[in-house]
Design a protein around this ligand. Structure first.
Ligand SMILES: C[S@@+](CC[C@H](N)C(=O)[O-])C[C@H]1O[C@@H](n2cnc3c(N)ncnc32)[C@H](O)[C@@H]1O
Length: 206
């Protein structure tokens, strides 16, 4: 996790007088003793981990008290992915891998349910919830998305692609506006509909 994100969190703890503490550690190897917490939350985490989050969920299970509750989530619908895929296939060399291919696996609630059960949780329930996000101005949002995609791609960006930069951003803007449920609001900002799988499981009370 970026050091800056931790600094911002620590500042919020002080400014808003949260009863909280932060610890920076690998989620696959928590330094907390067994049976410590009543609740443990992995927000937007399990699907970025190489083992589908199994090691992390096992650590959450270990550090929860008996009867403790774990919450983890995954995206069922990420509205900007079709736009990113359209810009990738139109402006990048043939065969360039599409970003976040794993979304196909994670979009179904069974994936999250399965990995939580495998980690030892009981009574796992996964529900889908809609979430609306209002972006910054759409051109800026499309530029940030494309910068992220090119910056994290396994295929380096060529000069020809740099020349296609504006075209790619234009495709993303257009596709975003055509996303199901999308709405342009004041300041050419975009209201986008996401759907989240929220998994809740319990550590056996015994
Ligand atoms: C999509 S972000 C979500 C961040 C945060 N949970 C939130 O809600 O904003 C995923 C985060 O997982 C972190 N991450 C990846 N592997 C990790 C690991 N093994 N242990 C702890 N954090 C990890 C990344 O650094 C990144 O900050």
């Amino acid at each position: 996790m970026a050091e800056n994100a931790i600094k911002i969190y620590n500042k919020r703890i002080v400014d808003d007088k949260w009863p909280a503490e932060s610890f920076h550690m690998d989620s696959n190897s928590l330094s907390f003793p067994d049976n410590t917490f009543t609740h443990s939350i992995a927000n937007a985490l399990v699907f970025v981990l190489p083992d589908d989050g199994l090691g992390t969920l096992k650590e959450m299970h270990r550090t929860l008290k008996p009867g403790g509750i774990a919450i983890a989530n995954s995206w069922a619908v990420i509205p900007q992915m079709d736009a990113i895929e359209a810009a990738t296939t139109t402006t990048r060399p043939p065969g360039t891998p599409l970003p976040l291919l794993k979304r196909e696996r994670w979009s179904h609630p069974d994936m999250l349910r399965g990995v939580m059960q495998k980690a030892g949780f009981e009574d796992v329930k996964v529900t889908q919830t809609e979430m609306w996000i209002t972006t910054c101005e759409i051109h800026r949002y499309a530029t940030m998305l494309w910068s992220f995609v090119l910056g994290t791609s396994s295929v380096a960006c060529s000069i020809e692609e740099e020349e296609n930069w504006d075209r790619a951003i234009g495709i993303i803007e257009e596709e975003l506006m055509n996303t199901e449920g999308a709405e342009v609001v004041e300041g050419r900002r975009l209201k986008l509909r996401f759907v989240v799988n929220v998994g809740v499981g319990m550590k056996s009370p015994m």
